[in-house]
Design a protein around this ligand. Structure first.
Ligand SMILES: [Zn+2]
Ligand SMILES: [Zn+2]
Length: 367
């Protein structure tokens, strides 16, 4: 595995042997002017930063023991802990290349020749060995309702077309990435989505959401069960109360009785509304790592024809994958290994968009 770029390793932050240098990096990233002199450094901070970090605007920092007029930023100090914590919560982007054996062009060719377009004719053109870049993202999900649960999900797509590699390749990338040194970058997921092709950002987001939703399925089941139980308890409690109101010890006139019943029912309804609110499951996703991974790959080009139209498809086989990447459905942004194509522009359409690729159909990508 090679790491390209010279960004500082994020994973090394907390074990970094030089807390002073780390502190200075962090302060200059916030707009501070720093000048180091051996074991100490002078820092001049913007007023807001100084206030936020509870530091004087001009200070002399040291990681060694605190002397007169110096501020300690060594291991275990509140200042260093705070800066590390903030660096951790920033979004991290790294670039790595995987040094693995390239896929065999003959393998890519035979997979491409077996590739079928459901309502078109395909013809193999050529294979092009090279490299491809995949984006791998890991995100933390938090599902909150009456209780809070969390976990981590990951997703991987090719960075220009959004095609999805097989699960074997994804695990290869996941294990390589977890062993890799991820670099630090202050960009956030929004800026990432706008930098990369729009479709790739959307695909990654959609994949993460569906995986998080799947991962949270047992949580959802538990929430539904507890919601139902409390709902039953509340309705039973208020039903008993209504029965009691209807059998008063002293005879009540009808109006008073109706007023009392309506008060009980409105109390019950408000409790039930609170319950709905408390048991509404919200799932939040926070990307924790984004890695652009370059790997050897083979691209097979295939011509597709349907009626008068034709189009060339690029099918990708990355290193160590068993299968060609699933293509992006141009109708719904889902994935497909068996696309149908529309008549007008040969848009690739998945099995959910076009379950039966017979005759003419309305293309969701053309409309
Ligand atoms: Zn689709
Ligand atoms: Zn179309």
């Amino acid at each position: 595995m090679n790491r390209d770029g010279s960004l500082m390793s994020y994973t090394q932050l907390d074990s970094r042997s030089d807390p002073l240098a780390f502190t200075l990096d962090a302060l200059s990233a916030r707009g501070g002017l720093v000048e180091s002199q051996r074991d100490t450094a002078m820092a001049v901070l913007p007023t807001a930063v100084a206030r936020e970090l509870n530091l004087p605007e001009e200070c002399l920092l040291t990681a060694a023991s605190e002397g007169a007029g110096t501020i300690n930023c060594g291991l275990g100090t509140a200042l260093l802990d705070r800066l590390i914590e903030e660096a951790r919560s920033a979004f991290h982007v790294a670039r790595v290349s995987l040094d693995v054996t390239a896929p065999r062009p003959t393998r890519a060719r035979s997979l491409a020749e077996a590739f079928a377009v459901r309502n078109g004719v395909t013809q193999f053109l050529e294979v092009l060995p090279g490299t491809s870049e995949y984006l791998f993202v890991a995100a933390n999900w938090i599902a909150q309702a009456d209780d809070s649960f969390e976990g981590i999900v990951q997703a991987c797509v090719e960075s220009t077309t959004g095609s999805q590699p097989d699960i074997g390749f994804e695990s290869l990338v996941a294990s390589a990435v977890s062993g890799a040194q991820a670099a630090r970058d202050r960009s956030n997921p929004q800026s990432f989505a706008s930098q990369e092709s729009n479709v790739t950002g959307q695909r990654l987001a959609a994949l993460l959401e569906s995986r998080a939703s799947k991962a949270a399925a047992p949580v959802r089941a538990g929430v539904i069960r507890r919601h139902a139980r409390e709902y039953r308890q509340i309705t039973e409690y208020y039903a008993a109360m209504c029965a009691e109101v209807k059998k008063p010890r002293r005879k009540l006139d009808e109006q008073t009785l109706a007023a009392r019943l309506s008060a009980v029912l409105s109390d019950r309804d408000s409790k039930l509304r609170d319950l709905d609110q408390r048991f509404r499951l919200r799932i939040a996703l926070t990307p924790i790592a984004l890695v652009a991974v370059t790997v050897p790959s083979v691209t097979a080009r295939l011509q597709v024809r349907r009626r008068q139209a034709e189009r060339v498809l690029s099918l990708r086989l990355p290193a160590e994958a068993q299968n060609l990447d699933a293509l992006t459905c141009e109708g719904c942004l889902g994935f497909t290994h068996r696309p149908a194509v529309c008549d007008a522009r040969l848009h690739l359409l998945c099995e959910s968009c076009i379950p039966e690729a017979k005759g003419r159909f309305t293309c969701p990508a053309c409309t």
